[in-house]
Write a protein that binds this ligand. Structure first.
Ligand SMILES: [Zn+2]
Length: 179
């Protein structure tokens, strides 16, 4: 037969137990869950971990001069267009395109050798560590018929980014840290 349940007044140890349980629930269900949901869709600078772009802000902007095109899931967003280009020095880059990015733009404007016809380009770097992130593209002012094309967007070098979801799957914190 089971021992009778003690229904007497709360002892000090019982109070500690309830408080501990409530705090545990708060952290396990609320805080950690919310933060994780908010940050899983970022692509980070591969060198320093700075948040460069939200995956939800990526756009598919195909270029006629791309050597190859493929689709992939990035930051949990499916069917992201990845395009391969070659620069005049023979270097190959895989590029994704986005309407917004947290990068620093170089002052020098280039109009030749553009991978997106009718757009000029500026080199961009990570604001935290200076790593090359890609280029800003701005539509040339003489172009009048834009066909719904964005006036400005960013091309980002896929190799220089780290998918946060991918990174999290590689990192396992010891349980003692409470994560
Ligand atoms: Zn960086």
């Amino acid at each position: 037969m089971a021992a009778p349940i003690n229904r007497g007044p709360l002892s000090t140890s019982n109070v500690f137990y309830y408080v501990f349980t409530l705090i545990s629930l708060y952290f396990s269900l609320d805080v950690v869950g919310t933060v994780a949901d908010d940050i899983t869709d970022f692509l980070l600078c591969r060198k320093c971990g700075h948040e460069i772009v939200r995956a939800s802000q990526l756009i598919n902007f195909p270029s006629k001069v791309a050597l190859k095109q493929r689709n992939s899931t990035l930051g949990g967003v499916p069917e992201i267009l990845i395009q391969q280009f070659k620069n005049p020095h023979g270097a190959h880059f895989e590029i994704i395109t986005t309407i917004k990015a947290d990068v620093i733009e170089d002052l020098q404007k280039y109009s030749d050798d553009t991978w997106f016809p009718n757009y000029s380009w500026w080199i961009t770097t990570c604001p935290h560590c200076g790593q090359h992130t890609g280029w800003t593209y701005r539509i040339n002012s003489k172009v009048t018929s834009t066909d719904g094309q964005p006036e400005e967007f960013y091309g980002l070098v896929l190799d220089n980014l780290l998918d946060l979801q991918e990174a999290e799957s590689l990192i396992h914190f010891p349980k003692a840290y409470g994560f």
